[in-house]
Ligand binder design. Structure first.
Ligand code: DX5
Ligand code: ZN
Length: 218
């Protein structure tokens, strides 16, 4: 099974961001958390900063939008060059149209659910999305503890994806993924893993990426 490791630069040293981006060049995708201080109680990168990060990243960028107006703004992050743009189901009035706009702008489209949102609410979008993101913490901050109760949702989504044909959507987890938790998520069916603190708080980011990748091979 293909495994993808996505370091989250939310947890990087923002005063030396370009070095921090280069530190994770052996990963699959650079995870870019966009927060507006409304959808979540935290604010991260401006659109101009995002464009610069996307431009300078040696690996494809996975933009995770935690904003209240993805129906208006998601496609901008695709036009800016993100390989993938994920938006939150809870913030969208018209997920189907936003998925289509992201794809029309040339990116993969991801749909994210917060811990309290059930899989059944998003099942109908599986045939149209390129990735489902199941949050394993409440979105907003890095360094929180992994919510093991979300594994049931990962299993449900994995089962539904296995029953599909054609290009299957990736199944991503985000929040509290570490050397201690990644195998649990992988065993439940996740194939794409965001890791912030586990990679950026390590003295050897490349080694952490390698170790996470090995532990995800279940
Ligand atoms: C949280 C963000 C995550 C965060 C993960 O809302 O979406 O991507 O950076 O950080 P860790 O891996 O430290 O939980
Ligand atoms: Zn994220």
């Amino acid at each position: 099974m293909a495994i993808r490791i996505c370091p989250s630069i939310l947890n990087a040293d923002h005063t030396r961001l370009s070095d921090e981006i280069q530190r994770v060049a052996t990963a699959d995708l650079l995870h870019l958390d966009v927060m507006d201080n409304i959808f979540v109680p935290n604010q991260t990168f401006s659109f101009d900063e995002c464009k610069e990060i996307i431009r300078s990243s040696p690996i494809p960028v996975d933009s995770h939008l935690m904003i209240i107006d993805p129906d208006q703004k998601a496609e901008l992050y695709a036009h800016a060059g993100s390989a993938n743009v994920t938006f939150h189901f809870e913030a969208s009035k018209d997920p189907r149209s936003t998925i289509r706009k992201i794809k029309a702008a040339g990116a993969r489209a991801g749909l994210a659910v917060k811990p309290k949102t059930n899989f059944e609410e998003v099942r109908e979008y599986l045939p149209e999305i390129d990735m489902l993101l199941i949050m394993t913490v409440e979105p907003g901050f890095g360094g929180q503890s992994f919510m093991a109760d979300q594994l049931v949702k990962v299993e449900e989504a994995h089962k539904a994806i296995k029953e599909m044909t054609g290009d299957l959507p990736w199944l991503q987890v985000d929040g509290g993924i570490s050397l201690d938790t990644i195998a649990l998520a992988a065993r439940a069916g996740a194939d794409t893993f965001v890791a912030g603190s586990a990679i950026y708080k390590s003295s050897d980011a490349a080694r952490s990426i390698r170790e996470l990748r090995e532990l995800a091979q279940v």
